[in-house]
Design a protein around this ligand. Structure first.
Ligand code: ZN
Ligand code: ZN
Length: 175
């Protein structure tokens, strides 16, 4: 049973990978850009991993897998993938851009813990609804939105959070 589910999932994933590759191929052809294996390796790597990542961690994980890609290629490929909507780029207020795959993934917004920098996701259809309504009302063609909620996670096991609280307490004690 478990295996069956897994196989189904693999099938969905490989179909998705094919679609994503096709979208990227078409985009590169239209823009008359070279379809290099490096660019497709980067796309593959992004779609294999989950979560939010920055350029440097993507570059390092590719290097660890012995891909011969330069930092510059990682940067410019990411720009291309953002331009054709296969990857979304977030600026979470700490000046470091984060990326995540976006094709076939549910539209969502983010929560960021200011103690430990953990990124969480939530999805509320009312936000999309509000966006449509406001666009219609103000005759504004909305292309995308960015909503980030900041605060503290209440994760007991969050190590950085514990450290943060300890620091705060000792600061207060010394006053
Ligand atoms: Zn936290
Ligand atoms: Zn996300």
């Amino acid at each position: 049973m478990q295996k069956q589910i897994l196989r189904e999932k693999e099938k969905v994933d490989s179909e998705k990978h094919e679609t994503v590759k096709k979208i990227f191929t078409t985009y590169l052809e239209v823009k008359e850009l070279r379809k290099t294996p490096e660019r497709f390796a980067i796309l593959e790597e992004i779609y294999m991993r989950g979560g939010h990542f920055d350029v440097e961690s993507l570059y390092i994980s590719m290097k660890n897998k012995n891909y011969r890609v330069s930092r510059a290629t990682v940067y410019n490929t990411l720009d291309l993938l953002v331009a054709c909507d296969l990857v979304s780029k977030h600026l979470f207020g700490d000046s470091m851009a984060r990326y995540e795959k976006s094709y076939g993934y549910k539209q969502h917004d983010h929560l960021i813990c200011t103690d430990c920098n953990k990124i969480m996701e939530f999805c509320d259809p009312r936000i999309q609804h509000t966006q449509n309504m406001v666009g219609e009302l103000l005759k504004f063609k909305i292309s995308h939105h960015s909503l980030v909620l900041y605060g503290s996670c209440e994760d007991e096991k969050c190590a950085e959070r514990k450290q943060f609280i300890k620091q705060k307490e000792s600061n207060q004690a010394s006053k």
